[in-house]
Design a protein around this ligand. Structure first.
Ligand SMILES: [Zn+2]
Length: 315
């Protein structure tokens, strides 16, 4: 039976070892709101087996033909895409072999301010990743809310991370994952101006040539996501998730971003994650030697950031 021509993109963050000691070490010092996105190795392997059995994985190389309407033939099997955000070490160390064994490719969106930080991948490791297993994309420099930044700072985040990742990868980086799902038309326009062809967001929808390459929706996979739920995603059924995001989107316009975030925190506990990610970048920048520090956060200077007005970063 021919399937409609669309794909579901799955959003992972990290895959961690299953054993108790390993799991404790992986989670040590991190809040529950971050570790709730850490999927265990066995659960991840089961999800990959379900994917390999029932779906085809859309690789980076096939993104362009997919969105090219000239080849609008229906696919024989559901299409799915695998993505990882942030650049956690377990993405490569734990998930990498499981992907490679099955010949599957994932997008790996790296927050460049976290490169080489504890728990995160180093530049030398990123530069050696087999291309058939991981394709690198940007997840900005500092993981801030792009839709709350002025245009010039958005450009800095997008250009600087892109250039750094191109130096590491040795190929053109034209894919971007928006941190915290903090996206709007202004952010997308600037991303396109900065050379990004594919923008991955946190809106939940199946992707088609009609929804387009600058509005790629994704379904988040959490530690508690059941195999049946992943199987439902593979069939393109995102109705429950879409309903929830529709309900959450209603007050955004009326409350404004700050009160909206408070509401989300009440409903989802999600805002904690976002602030914890920003905190990790800040401590990585503080710990980095001067040569590694980033222009966006020059050492020893005050800088207005999402962490609060004029946060001193090198104290
Ligand atoms: Zn992220």
């Amino acid at each position: 039976m021919a399937m409609p021509r669309r794909f579901v993109s799955l959003m992972y963050h990290n895959v961690v070892r299953d054993d108790d000691a390993g799991a404790r070490a992986d989670a040590a010092g991190l809040g529950r709101s971050i570790t709730s996105y850490f999927v265990g190795a066995t659960a991840f392997a089961q999800q990959l087996d379900a994917i390999a059995a029932t779906a085809d994985v859309l690789s980076y190389a096939n993104l362009r033909p997919f969105f090219d309407k000239a080849t609008d033939a229906p696919a024989a099997r559901p299409l799915v895409q695998l993505t990882f955000d942030d650049g956690w070490r377990g993405t490569v160390d734990v998930a990498g072999p499981l992907l490679a064994e099955r010949g599957l490719q994932a997008m790996l969106f790296v927050t460049t301010g976290l490169i080489g930080a504890p728990r995160f991948l180093a530049a030398a490791e990123l530069s050696q990743l087999p291309r058939e297993t991981f394709h690198l994309g940007s997840h900005t420099v500092t993981h801030r809310f792009l839709n709350e930044l002025p245009d010039a700072e958005i450009r800095d985040e997008l250009r600087q991370s892109r250039h750094e990742l191109e130096d590491i990868a040795g190929y053109e980086v034209d894919t971007l994952s928006i941190p915290n799902g903090a996206c709007d038309q202004r952010v997308v326009k600037i991303a396109a101006e900065c050379g990004y062809r594919y923008v991955f967001r946190s809106d939940v929808h199946a992707n088609s040539p009609r929804t387009g390459p600058l509005n790629i929706g994704r379904a988040a996979i959490r530690a508690t996501t059941r195999l049946e739920t992943v199987a439902r995603y593979l069939q393109g059924d995102l109705r429950r998730e879409r309903l929830r995001s529709t309900l959450l989107s209603l007050p955004k316009r009326t409350l404004g971003p700050h009160r909206y975030r408070q509401l989300r925190q009440l409903l989802l506990g999600q805002v904690r994650t976002e602030h914890e990610m920003c905190d990790l970048v800040r401590s990585a920048v503080q710990a980095a030697p001067p040569a590694m520090s980033h222009g966006v956060y020059p050492r020893g200077t005050s800088h207005p950031t999402a962490f609060g007005p004029a946060t001193r970063l090198s104290q």
